[in-house]
Design a protein around this ligand. Structure first.
Ligand SMILES: NC(=O)c1ccc[n+]([C@@H]2O[C@H](COP(=O)([O-])OP(=O)(O)OC[C@H]3O[C@@H](n4cnc5c(N)ncnc54)[C@H](O)[C@@H]3O)[C@@H](O)[C@H]2O)c1
Length: 234
């Protein structure tokens, strides 16, 4: 049995990924700023390196070395660029980009020791298309795409793959909150009507893709951006 760590595992996409990797037969731990009712879930902020290190020590003691990592924690912000404060810019970059740096750097020694590892970073389909009022978010998620490609090249010789899944619109608390605030330019149903496969994405669509990318069979796939968006971006 392998041990997987999922960040943002309390809600939405991260929660679904954690459930799927557990169903696949892995030990699964999650870290999140929000408490979870699942076993081996730890409260830690991905921007707080000391808190991450403490949580990872606890995970290793309970479940052994971590050789699968899915970085799904994230937050968004909707603000006209000219009104974006430096503090809001920094917060969005800190959580969505620096969080991936911290957790990945803290977990990688386990993978190097094992000579095997799988990293999947959840970015966003907005990195294909851009998204108005989301400059900080799209900038941070685009940087995650680049970070992941470089990790793939650097650690491929060590048996570690690194890939990105940039989701399209997925029905989660994050998307529902944006809809309620009128930030989507229409309802979720309106978005679904414009998507080629004519439905909104489900967290399970992302989880099943991650399940494959962390499997033994996916060992020749690395440095890739694997879009899961119902055909919205091609
Ligand atoms: N839902 C979508 O349509 C969509 C589309 C593209 C990308 N994404 C990305 O998918 C990922 C999951 O999003 P979701 O829709 O499930 O959102 P969500 O809000 O339901 O879940 C995000 C989780 O991340 C956690 N989190 C936030 N900040 C954190 C921090 N600093 N440290 C640790 N945990 C933190 C939250 O507590 C929450 O449990 C995010 O990275 C998001 O940017 C979502």
């Amino acid at each position: 049995m392998k041990t997987a760590l999922v960040t943002g595992g309390t809600s939405g996409i991260g929660r679904s990924i954690a459930d799927r990797l557990r169903a696949d037969g892995n030990h699964v731990a999650s870290i999140d700023i929000t408490e979870s009712d699942t076993d081996f879930s730890y409260v830690a902020d991905v921007t707080d390196r000391a808190a991450i290190d403490a949580a990872l020590d606890a995970v290793r003691s309970a479940l052994g070395p971590i050789t699968i990592l899915v970085n799904a924690a994230g937050m968004t912000s909707f603000r006209r660029f000219t009104n974006l404060t430096p503090a809001e810019w920094s917060k969005v970059v800190d959580v969505n980009l620096n969080g991936v740096f911290h957790v990945t750097q803290a977990v990688l020694p386990d993978m190097l020791e094992a000579g095997w590892g799988r990293i999947v970073n959840i970015s966003s389909s907005s990195t294909h298309s851009g998204s108005p009022y989301q400059t900080a978010y799209v900038a941070a998620k685009s940087a995650v795409n680049g970070l992941t490609k470089s990790l793939a090249l650097e650690y491929g010789p060590s048996g570690i793959t690194a890939n990105v899944v940039p989701p399209g619109s997925i029905d989660t608390p994050m998307l529902r909150a944006a809809e309620e605030k009128g930030l989507l330019g229409g309802s979720i149903d309106d978005i679904a009507a414009r998507i080629p496969v004519r439905r909104i994405g489900r967290p399970e669509d992302i989880a099943s893709t991650c399940s494959f990318l962390v499997s033994e069979e996916a060992g020749y796939i690395t440095g890739q951006i694997v879009g899961v968006n119902g055909g919205r971006c091609t």
